[in-house]
Write a protein that binds this ligand. Structure first.
Ligand code: N01
Length: 542
């Protein structure tokens, strides 16, 4: 690969620039370089590959999808040779897997590490992008692919006084590589989303005291993690083609079928037996495999929500604590449902306390700890499990300028607008892997990532074989897709929660439901039809 140009030098020329070396960027690079023969360069802000799995090293971090389908399917050799150790792999194991992929396919030689992209500017005459990094490198490429991830721009809330805190503080999404020692420490954990729920039991087991600051109580279902037995691993490997096919043609990218039953058409006993069996089995099947109408009917949803509240009351010894932990202000699944290992049990420990921020909000962080309207909690350490500026944050942190010098920030000021989550009108030759408007975060990510990478690679092949200079979503197609995404989201219960799906976790962010709820199979079919019809809804420039 040619060296990138630096300020003052002419930018080096490439076919393709990819931003990010996580699941998406690694596969995009492999596909583009090794199958299409393109000259591709990847810019990665971290010092290594892995994306989400590089940054999120917090205690308890593990995948909520099972290892055998939360993995690449593009290489049969890879899927046969890699050995997963458990049902839900922990972060170090997934990172090792991605490092193995990088080595196995010799990807590192095209990746520039410690290089954060600061800007990407379109040249309207050539339809090429000039991309500049924080190290002053400048390259030019015909195509630009964003593989920045949907949950990578960490959100540290603007709580007054953080700068005067005498202890240490960390955000889970930027966790120190050499770990954090909780021994003998009084730790405050702010946030009870999927991350806080994974971290709390692990921190509690190590720390002198853990105080959990909860703003919104969360519904969580046990993961029931277990080692992957050699027999199960062999069975998976023998049936991989069918498993992958199932996942690709499913609603959520998971290789299991949604239930065909309504929660309201069965007797109370049958319903309870279904929930009990899935609670014992653990994982996302509780939502997707129980009844098909949990995300569309409030009455159906109430049955699952009440079942989970009942479990909280059973597990948590102190009824007052159980009541604070019981969610009532949003339907189950309308926020991304976590799965856990001993989360509610953690509140039975003598070294754990719960602070209800709805009743007693945080006023400030002091030198000694966190002060709410009711008390000052003395802490040695604060862990922010406060999530991300999801789906748009990482893209908008860069200064991306398309036609007429218009920035993506301006274009998306009232919420993200894309065609198929793949392209933005006015930004030719820019592709967004798992961008807003695609199933992305509502699905098993590797399945959606592979579909996008392959679609983009096929599109580039089509353009190059026809000698075209560029492709761009038309404003009409984009408008129709944005309307469609909003319309079908409106048929669900997703709008009933203040979730990051809607941007509601970031003060000032416009509330727009960002992912596509129509499902992976329907979406794939639509993308394939669009391509088959000569890239309908896109303008191709000669
Ligand atoms: O972040 P979140 P996350 N004061 O935004 C609270 C994926 N993931 O990192 O609900 C006090 O969900 C906030 O409260 P509220 C997964 O897709 C995957 O947990 O806004 N509290 C909430 O409790 C997930 O959904 C895995 O009222 C504040 C929490 O912080 C996504 O990442 C594992 C606050 C943030 O929850 C994000 O999860 C983990 C404030 N000012 C995560 N601001 C896998 O399995 C926010 N909060 C792969």
């Amino acid at each position: 690969m040619a060296a990138a140009g630096f300020a003052g030098e002419a930018p080096t020329q490439h076919d393709l620039v990819i931003i990010g070396a996580g699941f998406s960027g690694l596969y995009m690079l492999h596909r583009a370089r090794d199958l299409l023969g393109l000259d591709a360069v990847v810019f990665e802000a971290g010092a290594g590959v892995g994306g989400t799995w590089y940054w999120n090293r917090y205690p308890g971090a593990r995948c909520d999808s099972e290892s055998y389908y939360y993995s690449y399917s593009f290489s049969e050799e890879l899927e046969q040779e890699w050995e997963w150790t458990s049902k839900y792999p922990a972060q170090p194991e997934i990172l090792r897997y991605l490092e193995h992929v990088a080595d196995r396919f010799d990807l590192r030689r095209n990746i520039r590490f410690d290089s954060r992209v600061e800007s990407a500017v379109l040249d309207e005459d050539t339809l090429r992008w000039t991309v500049r990094t924080d190290g002053g490198e400048e390259v030019s490429a015909q195509f630009l692919v964003s593989a920045v991830g949907c949950l990578s721009a960490a959100n540290v809330p603007d709580i007054p006084g953080l700068d005067q805190f005498d202890g240490e503080w960390f955000h889970t999404g930027r966790w120190p590589h050499d770990g954090v020692d909780f021994g003998g420490k009084r730790v405050g954990l702010i946030g009870t989303g999927s991350t806080g729920i994974q971290a709390a039991p692990v921190i509690a087991a190590e720390a002198a005291h853990l105080t959990v600051f909860q703003r919104t109580p969360n519904y969580t279902v046990p993961a029931r993690n277990a080692p992957l037995t050699p027999e199960r691993a062999a069975e998976i490997k023998a049936t991989y083609p069918a498993i992958r096919e199932h996942a690709r043609n499913s609603y959520g990218g998971f290789p299991f079928d949604p239930s065909g039953r309504s929660a309201l058409e069965v007797t109370q006993d049958e319903r309870r037996a279904t929930y009990e069996a899935l609670w014992e089995e653990g994982g996302f099947k509780f939502l997707f495999g129980s009844f098909y109408d949990l995300l569309v009917s409030e009455e159906a949803n109430d049955t699952a929500a009440e079942f989970i509240r009942g479990k909280i009351r059973e597990v948590v010894a102190d009824p007052q604590v159980a009541e604070i932990l019981a969610p009532r202000d949003h339907p189950y699944g309308s926020k991304r449902p976590p799965i856990d290992t001993n989360y509610f049990e953690t509140f039975n420990r003598s070294n754990v306390s719960l602070v209800d921020l709805r009743a007693t909000p945080i006023e400030e962080i002091t030198a000694e700890g966190v002060r709410t309207t009711a008390a000052e909690h003395s802490l040695d350490m604060i862990v922010f499990a406060t999530g991300f500026d999801a789906m748009t944050g990482a893209l908008l942190r860069m200064d991306i300028r398309g036609r007429d010098g218009r920035s993506l920030r301006e274009k998306w000021a009232a919420g993200p607008r894309t065609y198929l989550g793949l392209q933005v009108a006015g930004f030719p030759n820019l592709f967004t892997i798992t961008g807003p408007g695609s199933p992305s975060v509502l699905s098993n990510m590797p399945v959606s990532i592979e579909q996008h990478v392959e679609w983009i690679a096929d599109c580039i092949t089509h353009l190059r074989s026809s000698g075209a200079a560029g492709i761009e979503a038309t404003p009409e197609a984009e408008e129709a897709w944005v309307e469609h995404v909003a319309e079908i989201a409106g048929l669900t219960l997703f709008s009933k929660a203040s979730s990051w799906y809607l941007g509601a976790n970031i003060p000032g962010k416009t509330r727009v439901f960002m992912p596509y709820v129509g499902g992976v199979a329907t979406y794939r079919q639509r993308c394939d039809e669009v391509a088959a019809q000569g890239y309908e809804g896109f303008a191709i420039s000669a």
